[in-house]
Design a protein around this ligand. Structure first.
Ligand code: AHR
Length: 635
């Protein structure tokens, strides 16, 4: 018997309770959510022609004679985007270069595409540029521009694709004689999220919007820190016109030698303005995390000395002004110029990611003092070291408690058994300490960070069990997010991941549906639950939590049966309310704990809805083995 004390709404469940963690890992930004289809568009990779080649097929075997390509470094003129490609055409035959895209270019039949290129032509030159998209020897899209004049200009042309291809390539055919400098070669679908030119892949953003996340944390993760301080994420370099943003090697470029991604860079086409805009679009509270002046402690021991921390702290203060400041403030003005005069309503800022020890605490204190003195209402999210066990973690937790930190970011990567076992982790947590942000978690099917990890049903089920514990303790836990969020099927560095995509398609894992179900059935207040008159912490392999939604007047009960047999459970609603005659039942289940969703069967494990009778104050349900069930009862 599972009793829900329906008449006793307790702690408020924060609107931020269930959110998302975005990091540019696994090609999540460039090659992922950012709909740009050309890789190394501005020739700024450390090998400036990576991703590009002179076309060697028979059709263009004349290349060698017909022209050449040279990279020019004009750092004096343009410090943030110094490279341009100089294309010389010396006969009237076509000189062709091609771009391979991000593991190929995904093109959809009948969709419209926008091609653009920045170019400057030397005097006396005359050249035409034909842009094509080719797949398996067939042209499936075409546009041309006529380049003229020495002044740098952006040339644009659009076309409709005549076929679908997951691995097309783009070719640029130069004809005429002369020398043309080119930069920012770009191809976007017109059908981006909210149809914004140069915007986001709509299918990927839709999957996020469907989760109705309470917050979005960005830009990471380790990417915030960098291997070295010089490669930390610096938000000021990610705003303004895309062609003026300075590209940088991605922190995940060299990680995990067996999954090397030498072509992983950050164009910063997705920068802080875009992150704030995304947050607003999907109704999520923005949660930026900034460098605290320490490089990733897993990689290097580099720290900024305390007397050189000012620029880092200033970045945090300026970011708050960029997000919230009036349009006549220096940073608010930049936001307005970029197209968003209204503030972005920033309420949280994170200082450091997975950092620990005295060095972190010293820096955290300096940041917090500066932020609170200028912006007392901003909540500071602090790091608590690598994982939630051990001395380092205990040290950070104690210090942060003493310092009355607002919110501590705890991360949990562990096996499913850990998640089941820790469903009661916060039941007896010290209520006087900081609030908890379960900022990164994911059950690992094989071993933490093993490349063999799968997003299987057992992992998702264990996360659901753990999350019932987070929800029961919503007075302590105010934010939670699975990590990482996205992975390109052919470009990942880390598994498991919440959403998998390729150049054309995407699917949510069972873990995605767990996150989505919690978030879209959140409720407003915790309701106490008792299993056989004892608080629920996983007895008899049942895990449960309940919430009251004061807006929809519903009782929402979430229960995980982790056992291998069906369990007949009687839900007793203790309260004076009159209940509807039927309850809505949402189930996520699979008989095989190793089952996964895939491109072929994207919804093998997906929520199924039905109704079940309510007899007075009782609902009898047979909980399938290894299932996650939500019951919604209207009062
Ligand atoms: O989510 C992947 C990585 O795991 C994050 O970048 C880091 O914070 C954690 O170690």
């Amino acid at each position: 018997v599972l009793k829900v004390q329906a008449g006793q709404p307790k702690a408020e469940i924060q609107s931020t309770m269930w959110g998302i963690f975005f990091e540019d890992i696994n090609f999540a930004a460039d090659g992922g959510i950012y709909a740009e289809l050309i890789k190394n568009r501005s020739f700024e990779f450390s090998d400036p022609l990576m991703g590009w080649k002179q076309y060697e097929s028979d059709r263009f075997s004349r290349n060698k004679q017909s022209g050449s390509i040279l990279i020019i470094n004009r750092v004096q003129e343009n410090a943030t985007n110094p490279h341009v490609a100089r294309v010389s055409v010396n006969t009237d035959k076509a000189f062709v270069i091609s771009n391979e895209g991000f593991r190929g270019i995904g093109i959809k039949k009948d969709a419209q595409y926008d091609f653009s290129i920045w170019a400057s032509q030397q005097e006396g030159s005359e050249s035409k540029l034909l842009f094509e998209v080719n797949a398996q020897g067939k042209v499936i899209g075409q546009a041309s521009v006529t380049i003229s004049g020495k002044a740098w200009k952006k040339y644009t042309a659009s076309f409709k694709a005549t076929d679908t291809a997951a691995k097309a390539q783009a070719t640029l055919h130069f004809t005429g004689k002369g020398v043309t400098d080119i930069d920012m070669v770009s191809l976007f679908p017109q059908d981006t999220w909210k149809q914004r030119p140069g915007g986001f892949r709509s299918d990927l953003v839709q999957l996020l919007a469907d989760m109705k996340p309470g917050f979005i944390r960005f830009p990471g993760g380790c990417i915030v820190e960098g291997f070295h301080l010089s490669t930390r994420y610096q938000w000021k370099k990610t705003i303004g016109a895309p062609e003026e943003r300075e590209s940088m090697i991605n922190r995940w470029n060299t990680e995990f030698k067996h999954r090397l991604a030498p072509d992983y860079y950050q164009s910063f086409g997705v920068g802080f303005y875009e992150y704030f805009q995304l947050a607003e679009d999907i109704g999520a509270s923005p949660l930026p995390i900034l460098s605290c002046g320490m490089a990733c402690q897993f990689n290097s021991a580099e720290v900024a000395p305390l007397d050189a921390l000012d620029p880092y702290v200033q970045d945090a203060l300026d970011l708050i002004e960029f997000a919230n400041g009036p349009i006549d403030s220096p940073w608010g003005k930049i936001r307005a110029t970029m197209g968003h005069p209204a503030p972005f309503n920033l309420k949280f800022i994170g200082v450091g990611n997975e950092q620990w020890g005295e060095q972190y605490i010293e820096r955290y204190k300096i940041f917090t003092a500066a932020i609170k003195s200028k912006y007392p209402d901003i909540k500071v999210v602090s790091s608590a070291g690598p994982f939630p066990e051990g001395e380092l973690f205990a040290y950070a937790s104690n210090e942060l408690k003493t310092l009355h930190a607002d919110i501590v970011d705890e991360h949990y990567y562990n096996n499913p058994q850990w998640f089941f076992k820790n469903a009661g982790r916060y039941d007896n947590y010290d209520r006087s300490g900081p609030k908890i942000f379960a900022g990164e978690f994911a059950a690992q099917s094989v071993g933490t960070t093993s490349p063999e990890n799968k997003n299987n049903w057992l992992c998702a089920l264990s996360e659901a069990a753990f999350m019932t514990g987070l929800e029961r303790n919503a007075d302590m836990v105010t934010m939670a997010s699975y990590a990482p969020l996205f992975a390109h099927a052919e470009g990942w560095q880390w598994t498991p991941d919440l959403i998998w995509f390729d150049n054309l398609n995407a699917y949510g894992t069972p873990n995605y549906y767990v996150q989505k179900l919690f978030s879209t059935n959140k409720g407003t207040n915790v309701l106490p639950v008792l299993l056989n008159n004892q608080p629920v912490e996983g007895q008899q392999e049942l895990y449960a939590s309940a919430a009251w939604d004061k807006n929809t007047k519903e009782i929402i009960v979430k229960v995980v049966n982790a056992g291998t047999t069906a369990t007949k459970t009687e839900f007793v609603l203790e309260g004076s309310g009159k209940y509807a005659a039927t309850a809505k039942k949402i189930t996520l289940v699979n008989a095989d704990p190793n089952a996964v969703n895939s491109f072929e069967s994207p919804k093998l494990i997906a929520p199924q809805e039905s109704t079940t009778p309510v007899a007075g104050k009782k609902v009898s349900v047979s909980l399938a083995p290894q299932s996650f069930t939500i019951l919604k009862i209207q009062v």
